[in-house]
Structure formats: C-alpha cells, structure tokens
Design a protein around this ligand. Structure first.
Ligand code: ZN
Length: 466
C-alpha cells in the first residue's frame, strides 16, 4: 500500500461544492472502516518498524502490530497516556523514541506550554506539515471557508500549535490569511481596529476571546454585529463552542455562525474533531484522517454509539511522531446524526464537555464546569464571567461556590432596592443552578468586571481541596 498518502497540492474543489472529498466524506461507514484499516495497518507497521518506543511498548501486545487484521485487533493495543509520553521524552530528550525520522528531518517543533509539569515536545516533518494543511483545508471547507475569504487568526503564535494549524489550513485552502495573534498588552483594542478595517469573513480564536473581543468593541463604540462583518467563527481550546448559551451569545454578538473544532495539540491535525457549517452543536469525527474510539473511563472498553466515554485518538498519516491510541482524558458522547451536510462520520453531539479529571463530584453528583457556564450564560442578569470555588467541608463533603458577575444595569437596580434586592437576586441564581445541576451550590454575586477576561483558555475552577 501507499503509506503515508500523497495529496495533490494544487487541488481545490469548485467553490459551490459542499465537500472537499465527497467520496471519503459521504461513504458508507462500513466501507470507511476498510479505508481506516488500510491506513491503520500502514501507520502501525511503520511505527513498529521505526519507533524504539512503540517497539518496546507493544512488546507484549496480544496482537501483531506488523500485521493487524481488523479494527478489533487494533483496539487490543495498549492505550498511551500523556504521562507515558512525558516519561519517555524525559528519558530520551527532546522527542523521546517516538520520532520515526532522523532529527534533521524535523521541519517544525511545537509543544505544550508545560504550565502543569514537563512540557511535551512535538517534532513534525515537512510531509506531515503538508498533510496537516491538507486535512485542515478539507475541514475548514466544511466549516464554510472558501478561497479568497479572509481568515483572521486571533490566537497566540508560539509553541501553541492551534494558531499555526488554523493558519496552515487556511493557506492550503487558498484563503486570505490574516495572522493577527493575541496576548500582547493592548492587542485586543488593536484587534477591534484591524477587524473593522479589514472586515475578515472568519475568525479563529477561543470562545472566551471572542466574547472579550465583542465586549472590548462595544466599549470602544464599535458594533461587533455591523462593523466587523464576520460570517463564521471556528474555535478550539475550550468547550464553549458546543455550550448552547455561549454559542448563542457569540452568534448574537457578531451576527455569525459558530463551528466547534479541536481534539488535542498532540493529535494535530487537531481539526479532525470538527463541525460543519450546518451542525448546530458538536463536532464530526473525521475518522479517515485521525481515527477516534470512545472508551469507558474506568474499564477502557469500547463504548457503543450513543454512549459517553473518553476519546482515544490515533494518527493515520503521521510519519514523524505518531500518537497511537492516545488517551485524551476528555469526556464526550458520540452518535450517528443525520447532518444536512451529508457526511457519514460519527458526531460528538455535545462537543467535548468535560475532562475526566475536571469533573467535579459535588455531594455524589457529577458536575461539569461547562454545564454551569451554559446555565449562567442563559440568564440575562449574568455579567459575563464567573469562577467556581471548590472546598472540602467537614473533611469529606465537597462544597461548590459559584462566584458570578451580575450585569451593570441589574446590579444598579438591585442595589437601589436595598439590601434585600441583591439577596433576592442571589437566591434566584442559586435556585436556577440547583434545578439545572441537580445539586445545591452556594452563590456569591460580584459586579461586572470583577474577574479578569482571558485571551486564552479560561481557568475558572479554583480548587481549594487538599
Ligand atoms: Zn455536517
């Protein structure tokens, strides 16, 4: 077989076409399994032959990595965790024995920031970089980006591969690329000025950043709906784009539609979890580029369609540093949906709505921060930001306090009503949250602007449990 696949760098579909590759995207799922197995056999055999790590990691595997006969056999290979990647890279810096090419053939080095431990390093070959561009172009096409449309990337250009992934896809597609960046002091004000001047069709950022951009624009007397002209926004890095109220808030603020995307930096092309322009919520799994299985968080056994589990990802066309059966630690639910786009991929219907280890267990009830965000953004009294404080009560019970901002006008009128006014408002927040979460929480009200607005992934959980 021909592995890794080669793509024609000059190919672009007709602008009216719904699909970049109609055959692959709309084929019968059983037929697609054969395409996946074919690529998987190439990928796994290649890693077995070229990576010292996988040679050792699969030594006692119950199946032969050089001759996989079925997807079921593949599912019997061990799951790889972030911790195992860290340990291996520490022992064999910088890439670990994952690297299947000579180090001088590494074309790009990216990685995680390492804010929570040793950073993870990704070495990417030129061929892989081109295939990442190809995959992202195909998925951005589904999102509704077309040649000549301007794509503004308002995210940090650094080790963080998200921004670069968005850029290389937009380049390959033939869009007009506008790599604006983010993170420098005053840059959001400049983003408002530039977006008003350039009027891009599409924005890539995080959902938090988009809301912050809208807020900053209004403060500057700019109407994000009429003065920018964004037609669509595609996001990664946070669950917000599949959180209904957050999605609605962004669509209302800009008069655009929102597309959710993103698996993990390690799995770049990370857009292979990616919605289309028709999908109201969630992400299709582009299974013939990165193969995704959902497994039970405890037993690690496969989860049927319709169930909830942890996505485990596998590269299918990565020659430099392939990740094979990589444990995401995220929580999602998958289903076959009848999307108007006609794609026959499984869909993460609610996007990625939690981390297996972010899930808060409050009085025996599972609580995801994204659910609280959804409830708060659905309240018109909400002031735009919040924090969750978790404390241990009486040694064993966990207590959750939701600190929520209240919008300026509501805060003022509640204040005028005397001390009872704010108390009544607090009780209203508390009751709404209790009904939605099925568990009692404490609520503290804060004036609008109390919490820092983020330009990157929002960190909203403050865990005081020891
Ligand atoms: Zn679709």
């Amino acid at each position: 077989m021909n592995w890794p696949p080669k793509y024609d760098p000059a190919y672009v579909p007709n602008p009216d076409a719904e699909h970049w590759d109609a055959r692959l995207e709309t084929m019968d799922p059983a037929e697609r399994d054969e395409v996946i197995l074919d690529k998987l056999q190439g990928q796994v055999r290649y890693a077995w032959e070229n990576s010292g790590f996988y040679r050792e990691f699969w030594q006692d595997a119950p199946v032969d990595p050089a001759n996989l006969r079925s997807l079921e056999e593949f599912a019997r290979l061990p799951i790889l965790t972030k911790e195992e990647v860290r340990v291996e890279q520490e022992a064999n810096p910088p890439y670990g024995r994952f690297l299947c090419i000579p180090p001088d053939r590494v074309y790009r080095i990216h990685g995680t920031s390492g804010t929570t431990g040793r950073p993870t390093v990704f070495g990417i070959s030129r061929g892989d970089w081109d295939r990442i561009g190809e995959a992202h172009a195909r998925i951005l096409w589904a999102a509704g980006v077309r040649p000549g449309g301007t794509v503004m990337v308002a995210a940090v250009f650094s080790l963080y591969v998200g921004s670069w992934g968005a850029l290389v896809g937009a380049e390959r597609l033939g869009a007009t690329c506008f790599p604006f960046g983010a993170g420098a002091p005053g840059q959001t004000e400049r983003a408002v000025e530039w977006a008003e001047m350039v009027r891009p069709a599409a924005l890539y950022a995080t959902p938090s950043y988009a809301l912050y951009l809208a807020e900053t624009a209004r403060e500057m007397g700019v109407d994000p709906r009429t003065d920018f002209g964004f037609r669509l926004m595609f996001f990664s890095g946070e669950p917000g784009a599949s959180v209904p109220a957050t999605r609605q808030a962004i669509e209302d603020a800009f008069g655009c539609y929102v597309v959710d995307q993103g698996s993990m930096a390690e799995m770049t092309p990370w857009m292979t979890n990616g919605g289309c322009r028709h999908l109201q919520r969630g992400m299709h799994l582009w299974q013939d580029i990165v193969y995704t299985q959902l497994v039970d968080p405890e037993t690690r056994e496969p989860v049927e369609m319709g169930g909830e589990g942890v996505p485990v990802y596998t590269h299918l066309e990565r020659e430099s540093q392939p990740m094979i059966r990589y444990w995401s630690g995220d929580i999602a639910r998958w289903e076959m949906v009848d999307c108007p786009c006609g794609r026959t991929y499984p869909t993460l219907t609610q996007g990625i709505y939690g981390r297996a280890d972010d899930m808060l267990i409050i009085r025996g009830q599972n609580v995801f921060p994204s659910r609280i965000e959804d409830v708060l953004r659905g309240l018109h009294e909400f002031g735009g930001e919040f924090r969750l404080v978790v404390e241990r009560e009486r040694g064993y019970l966990d207590r959750l306090t939701v600190q929520t901002e209240v919008s300026d006008s509501i805060w003022a009128s509640a204040g005028e009503a005397g001390p009872g006014g704010l108390n009544a408002l607090r009780d209203q927040f508390r009751d709404t949250l209790r009904r939605a979460l099925g568990v009692g929480v404490s609520v503290e009200l804060k004036p609008e602007g109390e919490f820092e607005r983020t330009q990157f992934k929002a960190r909203r959980v403050i865990d005081l449990r020891q």
